[in-house]
Design a protein around this ligand. Sequence first.
Ligand SMILES: Cc1cc2nc3c(=O)[nH]c(=O)nc-3n(C[C@H](O)[C@H](O)[C@H](O)COP(=O)(O)OP(=O)(O)OC[C@H]3O[C@@H](n4cnc5c(N)ncnc54)[C@H](O)[C@@H]3O)c2cc1C
Length: 455
Amino acid sequence: MSGFSRRTFLAVSAALTAAPVLGAVPAAGDVDIVIVGAGAAGIAAARRIAEAKRSFALLEAADRVGGRCVTDTKSFAVPFDRGAHWIHRPETNPLTKSPPTGFEIYAAPRSQSLRVPPRAAREGELEQYFSALVRSNRAVIDVSRGKAGDTSVRAALPRDLGEWQASVEFALGPYSTGKDLDRVSALDFARAGEREADALCRQGFGALLAKLAAGILVQLSTPVNELEWGNGLEARTPKGRIRARAAIVTVSTGVLASGDIAFSPALPKRQLDAVNALSLGSFDHIAFELPGNPLGLASDDVVFEKTTSSKTAAFVANIGGSRLCTIEVAGSFGRDLTKQGEAAMIAFANDWLGSVFGGSARKITRAVVTRWNDDPLARGAFSAASPGNADARRILFEPLRDRVFFAGEAVHDTLWGTVGGAWESGTRAAEAALKKMGVLRDEQPALPQRKRRRL
Ligand SMILES: Cc1cc2nc3c(=O)[nH]c(=O)nc-3n(C[C@H](O)[C@H](O)[C@H](O)COP(=O)(O)OP(=O)(O)OC[C@H]3O[C@@H](n4cnc5c(N)ncnc54)[C@H](O)[C@@H]3O)c2cc1C
């Protein structure tokens, strides 16, 4: 893994962990900037505003911070990340630049395993599978660079994937984007680029994010029901009204589309269309313990199967060397399954384990499942642009009347769908708002290095 060492991550930085309590106010009153939502984007925005020594109110509907990046420390003996788990691009990820004391970031294994049920894949089969994946990725990039315009990822795939078609479609579609490939823009997919050099946080990714929020005053259980942005700016909650010079809205595109926050005046059609084009995919975990490593898998191994069906899943084994494992269900199959509830999800997990690992699989008796589509504060997992709509993300970069700024995973061109992308977008939105307020200056163009020679 180039440029990424454990030492780098274990270095402790006072800068990131120092508590920026500055600037926050209670649930009513006047502030410079009101921030809606305390997930990765909201936390990053608050930290940036505090650093600039301006006042803010960070309003969160839930009774906890973290949004879609949250660690459950109660269900199992080890931390279970209910949302985000993998730290993508760790060498540049803003959350892992300098982890707080007590947090260990370690490199995830680079390899993935493949089953040809009920046995492990042979060397030749693995090569065929990875070559099909690489060819498919390349084909999508080629199509997205072509002159024909954007299309779906499925339409861009090579025509000769043959017996690997369904496995490739699952790995690139539901597993990577939460959606089936006919619903994903090839251009949006290609912009996301390589995300494989992953790392993990032993204490949980959500726990790390929550630690980075320590010291920031967050108004928990304070949903914003209404945002007035016509004459002045006011966020209305059941606890009071906050007047501000700017607002940073970090709720998911699912929440924005639901209308749970009444914008007054209503969101312009351009923004609404962008929000709808960036709808959330479905991705969930079925988590359980398998004592004694009966499947003989390595720590943090990710296992896929060769399949002809879309009713498939991925298996994450022995998380952090523990007995905790998860089965990941996603895309339209995952959405239908999670709708049926916990019992159906556990029944699927048992059938799938039995078929993929044969007799060595043990029955799961107790599992904890996530159902992000049913969470009214998320309404899905992460955004992926529909075909033809990759530029919708750029539309959300545009502020409304220079006072409402959107942020969150959907508002990042390349790191969409990730915690790192949400964090960066929160920082950017805070900087954009501070610039409009005259607190930060626009970057000056770089001065020429040398004087021009007279001709
Ligand atoms: C199952 C799953 C697996 C994932 N895996 C990974 C992974 O491995 N790696 C990775 O990098 N990313 C992963 N992601 C994506 C990642 O979790 C998100 O991209 C990121 O956490 C989004 O952060 P955000 O700040 O944009 O939004 P959110 O985390 O959704 O934050 C928005 C906040 O707004 C709050 N809110 C909603 N409505 C209101 C309201 N009316 N008023 C006030 N507050 C409100 C919400 O409660 C929430 O706290 C995964 C997501 C899921 C669901």
